[in-house]
Design a binder for this molecule. Structure first.
Ligand SMILES: [Zn+2]
Length: 409
């Protein structure tokens, strides 16, 4: 016990109260002149809002934006994941400055805000987003290098903005409203031109320390295999993606293989016209080569999933992206290969492998829903107030014009 006797009982009470705060884990604001600045308080509030769970997020409509390689899709989405309206724009060319992409985003949001209340904006971008989810470190389709996207957009639109990787937003969309509902350990794989990935655990996206977790496409599965644009060889996405599918089909067609006669005829000999959707279509019609190519992609998918199960042990894999349109032609072989390669097979529960349900809108819906975690409730009231003032102003102008003699009507 201290022998020091405090001269004022108030002070003693104060220090006791402080102790109470410390126990409750609430930072004390009476910390003298060194801390507790307004800025720090604001940052704490923003951080608290980011930590908000989807269960306590305000049930307000938000805008979700998906920035892909060819188009920017923006949609007003309500709290149940229902898309109220979608607007599209072309993705600005890679040579354009980051400002042009920002303009596109702002225009789309302003367009939607004419008809919908916008309480927050969520952006899913194909690229690496940093751990603070502010800066896009790198985007393969855009001229973004260490771009502070969140701050720029939120400054221009004056609403809270959330930025995340597009695979993360798609996974969130599928978990909230699609194939992953009710799963507490979910891994999403998007098979597009490459492979995107995301990890969701207990209702949180796992982004890693530096924000770039889930880049499964660049795990090496074949030593010394196909060269990947990332600089390495034998990456998973070189064997299981839309690009891999098209590359194999074109190779066979270029070699004038008899198995490729059907597809060569279909594109009238023009090999560059062979695309992923065409291969899927022919496979559905029963073309043996196309079925086989999808099987190969599916098998490699299963091998990769088994590796991921060894590392992450999820309860469910959701397979999305353009190639997943092939459905059972792809996912069937993936399930078989997964069972054959799963470590500890026969002695452990197997993860479910499901096809994504939200289609190309998953990223947009997920971005909008993640934005609700940073949304503010008072936007609607603020906007109404602004509108009312604008009305009063017009009214005052009209009155002023009438009361001025000789003023033009
Ligand atoms: Zn790679």
């Amino acid at each position: 016990m201290s022998t020091y006797r405090d001269p004022t009982p108030l002070r003693a009470f104060g220090s006791g109260a402080k102790l109470g705060f410390a126990r409750m884990g609430v930072p004390s604001r009476s910390g003298g002149t060194s801390g507790g600045s307004t800025r720090a308080t604001m940052l704490r509030t923003v951080a608290a809002r980011e930590r908000r769970s989807h269960l306590t997020a305000p049930r307000v409509p938000t805008v979700g934006i998906d920035i892909g390689g060819t188009k920017v899709m923006a949609g007003a989405v309500d709290a149940d994941g229902v898309i109220l309206e979608t607007v599209l724009a072309e993705t600005p060319d890679k040579s354009k400055s980051p400002r042009v992409v920002e303009d596109t985003i702002v225009e789309l949001v302003l367009d939607l805000s004419d008809r919908h209340d916008v309480h927050a904006v969520g952006i899913g971008a194909a690229g690496w987003v940093d751990g603070d989810r502010n800066r896009v470190l790198f985007a393969p389709h855009l001229n973004w290098r260490n771009e502070p996207l969140r701050d720029r957009i939120s400054e221009r639109l004056a609403v809270p903005v959330m930025v995340d990787n597009d695979a993360n937003t798609a996974a969130w969309g599928e978990w909230r409203f699609g194939a992953g509902r009710g799963e507490d350990h979910l891994v999403m794989i998007t098979l597009g031109t490459g492979i995107g990935g995301a990890i969701l655990e207990d209702g949180r996206v796992k982004r890693g320390k530096y924000g770039v977790a889930g880049e499964f496409g660049h795990m090496q599965v074949v030593p010394g295999g196909h060269r990947c644009p990332c600089g390495n060889r034998g990456c998973w996405e070189q064997y299981s993606s839309g690009n891999a599918l098209v590359r194999e089909a074109r190779e066979l067609a270029a070699a004038d293989s008899p198995v490729a006669y059907n597809i060569i005829e279909r594109v009238k000999g023009s090999i560059p016209d062979i695309t992923g959707p065409l291969i899927t279509e022919l496979a559905r019609e029963g073309d043996a080569m196309c079925v086989e190519l999808l099987q190969d992609i599916g098998q490699w998918l299963g091998v990769g999933l088994a590796n991921l199960a060894a590392a992450l042990d999820p309860s469910c894999f959701v397979i999305g992206g353009g190639v997943s349109a092939a459905d059972d032609l792809l996912i069937g072989p993936a399930r078989d290969a997964f069972r054959r390669h799963l470590t500890g097979r026969g002695y452990r529960p197997e993860a479910r492998i499901a096809r994504a349900q939200l289609g190309p809108q998953a990223g947009m819906v997920g971005a909008a829903d993640l934005a609700r975690l940073v949304a503010r409730r008072f936007r609607r009231a603020t906007r109404r107030r602004v509108e009312r003032y604008a009305r009063y102003e017009r009214y005052a102008q009209v009155l002023g014009a009438r009361s001025t003699p000789g003023a033009p009507r």
